[in-house]
Write a protein that binds this ligand. Structure first.
Ligand SMILES: CC(C)(COP(=O)(O)OP(=O)(O)OC[C@H]1O[C@@H](n2cnc3c(N)ncnc32)[C@H](O)[C@@H]1OP(=O)(O)O)[C@@H](O)C(=O)NCCC(=O)NCCS
Length: 200
């Protein structure tokens, strides 16, 4: 199993990952399109990563560099990711920002996300950046709708509830820093996210 940069030639494998990892009700129009993949590879190839095993793609993760001001943490996925085209990438920024990570269901729970986070942390160190950030949707909120998304986020951050996205990130070393209402169009997460941080 290797972590390597993905290219436009990986499009079929990347699409398989997207369709398996983001089924309905997640909006299919948010799955990667060819032009977006081309843009990731063109603007910041070091942030476009996948895990491959014997020619098959098992997982992918995409990131860009942004100028982040900790006093102003609020943003949406659309704004930070330029709708997935990474026009917001700045080589001179201070923060590596993850806009997507997906591991195919059959390969989950085997440390692939951990491998991809380690590759991102290595990149932060190599480029001398201040931090890694990710806006992480509250994927399990729809099972706890007796709570507001914010109250659910507090419970997950405190370790009293388990979320399928936030909890693995906490296990991999990220820490919640801000609640982001209206982060992404996603009914399962009440459209909300937690901003997760790792500092080198
Ligand atoms: C979230 C996701 C990337 C995790 O990938 P993964 O390869 O299964 O994660 P790992 O095996 O590296 O697990 C990392 C840690 O989290 C834990 N973990 C993984 N899935 C978990 C879950 N559903 N609930 C609780 N803990 C979990 C693992 O036990 C591990 O901790 P440990 O090493 O201390 O035991 C994967 O479930 C996924 O692709 N989900 C759908 C797409 C998505 O929503 N992506 C994020 C938003 S873009």
């Amino acid at each position: 199993m290797i972590v390597r940069p993905y290219t436009v030639a990986d499009l079929p494998g990347l699409l398989t990952i997207q369709t398996e990892c983001f089924p309905p009700p997640f909006p299919p129009e948010l799955w990667w399109k060819r032009e977006q993949i081309a843009s990731h590879v063109d603007r910041f190839p070091a942030g476009a990563l996948c895990v491959e095993d014997q020619g098959a793609l098992l997982a992918s993760a995409t990131a860009l560099i942004i100028p982040f001001v900790p006093a102003h943490p609020h943003h949406t996925w659309e704004d930070v990711a330029d709708g997935g085209y990474l026009g917001t990438h700045r080589d001179e920024g201070n923060t590596l920002y993850g806009i997507d990570m997906a591991v195919r269901p059959a390969w989950r729970g085997r440390g692939l996300a951990r491998m991809l986070y380690q590759a991102r942390f290595d990149l932060v160190r190599r480029l001398g950046l201040d931090r890694f950030l990710a806006g992480s949707r509250l994927a399990g909120w729809h099972r706890h709708q007796y709570l507001t998304p914010e109250a659910y986020a507090v419970e997950v951050a405190a370790g009293r509830l388990v979320d399928p996205v936030i909890t693995p990130q906490m296990r991999a070393g990220l820490r919640p820093t801000a609640f982001l209402p209206g982060y992404i169009e996603d009914v399962e997460s009440g459209h909300a996210a937690l901003l997760m941080e790792w500092i080198p």
